[in-house]
Structure formats: C-alpha cells, structure tokens
Design a protein around this ligand. Structure first.
Ligand code: SF4
Ligand code: SF4
Length: 307
C-alpha cells in the first residue's frame, strides 16, 4: 500500500490576502481576502506528511502576510530541515532586497514571479527591476519556464527564479471556472480542454506519474486534489492528517478516476455513465463544472456516499 506520509509536492495557499485584485483570480484573493490564524498554519504544518519533496507557498500574495510567511518558513525548516525544496510563488510587487535576503536565509530556493500578464496591476512592468534584484543576490534566472516537468524540480537546485503569467499559451491553457474569473465571465469555455489531466489538475494526486509529481493543493486549510478545487474539500488540514485523508480516498473508484485525470469516468462505479458526463460537460462547457455537478448531485463528499 502506498505510504502517504511521503508526498512529492504540496501547493499551499496559506493566505488569500493580496495587494492586487486581478479579474482572473481563481480564489478571490485581494485586500479583503480570507486569512487563517498563525495557530492554524502551525497545526496544518503539523498535519502535513513526514516527508514532502517540495512545498510551493502561494496566495494571495505571500508577502502581504510577511510575518506569517516567516513563521511558516521557520516551522517548515524545523520539521523538514533541508530535505524539502521550498518554492515561493509571488506577484513580486512587494519584494525588496532586504526581504529577499530574509527569504533566502529562511530556506526559499525557488522564486516564481507569477504576474507577468495583462491581468495584474503592474502587468509585468517590474520584471527588469526584479531581474536585477535576483541577480544581485546570485539567484539564477536561467530556468525561466514554469516548473512543469517532474525532472525539473525534484532535485536540489541552487537558488533560481522564473517568471510567467496567465496567458493562453501557459500550460494551464485558460482560466478555471472559479472565483473572480467565473464571476467576470473570463473562464475558459471549452469542454474538450481537460484541466484535470495536466499539472494543477487532479491527475496524479494519489499516485504521481512518470512526468508529473504527486501533488495536492491546500487552499487555506482545504485539502484538494487540484488547484481549482473540488466542490467541497476532501479534508481539513487543521484537524486531519493529510496522509490519512489521502489513504481514505485511495482505492475508491471515484477518486482513482480523478487520479487518472479522467473525471468524465468518475461516476461509473455508482451508475453515472461516461456518456452522461460527456453530455453534461459539453453543456456546462467545462470539465470542472461537470465535477461540481457530480459532487452536487451524485456523490456527497461529506459522507462519502452516493446521493
Ligand atoms: S491573481 Fe495573484 S496577484 Fe492577482 S489577486 Fe489573485 S493572488 Fe493576487
Ligand atoms: S475536474 Fe474536479 S478534480 Fe479535476 S481539476 Fe477540475 S475540479 Fe479538480
């Protein structure tokens, strides 16, 4: 049986506070964005698996909650030592030389500036300034592409940074039908685009794969198989061990189909045909909206029972 006390990658949105308020933001981050307490953050770290190969800290804007970020970094160091690659995803707006020095001292080895697109306030205008800042601290900028392939990050890097943004060419291939992107009607309406089968989707969340790591996301405290997030959380990382939540889902045919990146087939074991799923996905224009409907109408995530 798989040991869920070792997981390759966790994407943790520990805050939805942000200095920006982008139209396409999938988790409604902004100046009024949701936050969790320091105590909750410490409880979540306590409940994380014993071994994690990489941890991506994201938001919201992590630097909008700098004190909490530093506490988290200290706690991760205390728990994992140098065995976990710590990556920070930031819009870069609040980054200064002094803060960069602190982040490096506290163990961050990879910086991703995820704001180089038309949606963000500065629309990439700070890129050259940031490039100079990273260079001044010896942070390597040769690895600019998003770190998609497993081989690119599951080994120890020297300091590196990269940049990207929400553009149609990016690996996500469009905005999820979530948060402000949904409200503003700028989500990708394409039932043939399977978000679930690419990194950030549900694929591999239980098992990983040859090319992509086993990755889950934790949205504040909500344990999800993917970044868009299922209709309800799979578990609460403040009070449940992540490994136990995953172990309970492992072997369940519904979640194994998500693990395969094939949510259209996830209802087969409870009598919801793939044909029906395809039809509804076509009408809803998104595989993630089909997923929402499935957990609304056919399967209860709270009781883990057929509706
Ligand atoms: S997309 Fe990023 S920068 Fe923009 S509001 Fe959301 S978290 Fe903030
Ligand atoms: S289909 Fe469901 S599990 Fe897959 S990425 Fe979308 S919301 Fe996540």
């Amino acid at each position: 049986m798989k040991d869920f006390e070792h997981i390759e990658s966790i994407y943790w949105v520990f805050t939805q506070l942000c200095n920006d308020k982008c139209d396409h933001c999938y988790n409604m981050s902004g100046p009024q964005g949701s936050r969790i307490s320091e105590e909750d953050c410490l409880a979540i770290i306590e409940n994380m698996p014993k071994k994690v190969d990489r941890m991506i800290l994201s938001g919201g804007e992590p630097l909008a909650e700098k004190k909490k970020l530093y506490l988290i970094l200290d706690q991760l160091k205390a728990k994992y030592g140098d065995e976990t690659q710590i990556m920070l995803q930031t819009n870069g707006d609040l980054l200064t030389g002094e803060i960069l020095d602190q982040l490096i001292a506290k163990g961050v080895t990879r910086f991703d500036i995820a704001s180089i697109d038309r949606y963000h306030k500065k629309a990439g205008g700070r890129l050259m300034e940031l490039a100079d800042l990273f260079e001044s601290r010896g942070v390597n900028g040769d690895e600019k592409d998003p770190l998609v392939k497993k081989d690119n990050y599951l080994h120890s890097y020297p300091l590196s940074w990269g940049y990207w943004g929400a553009s149609e060419e990016m690996w996500l291939g469009g905005n999820w039908p979530r948060g402000r992107a949904f409200q503003k009607n700028i989500w990708l309406k394409n039932p043939d685009h399977n978000f679930c089968s690419i990194l950030s989707g549900g694929i591999g969340f239980l098992s990983g794969g040859d090319e992509i790591p086993q990755e889950i996301s934790i949205q504040l405290w909500k344990i999800n198989p993917c970044c868009p997030g299922t209709k309800e959380a799979l578990g609460d990382a403040r009070s449940e061990r992540v490994s136990e939540v995953l172990a309970a889902l492992s072997g369940n045919p519904i979640f194994e189909k998500i693990n395969e990146g094939n949510p259209l087939a996830m209802g087969e074991s409870i009598g919801v045909s793939e044909e029906h799923a395809k039809k509804r996905c076509g009408e809803l224009k998104s595989v993630c909206l089909w997923c929402d409907e499935f957990f609304d109408q056919h399967f209860d995530l709270k009781t883990m029972a057929k509706k």
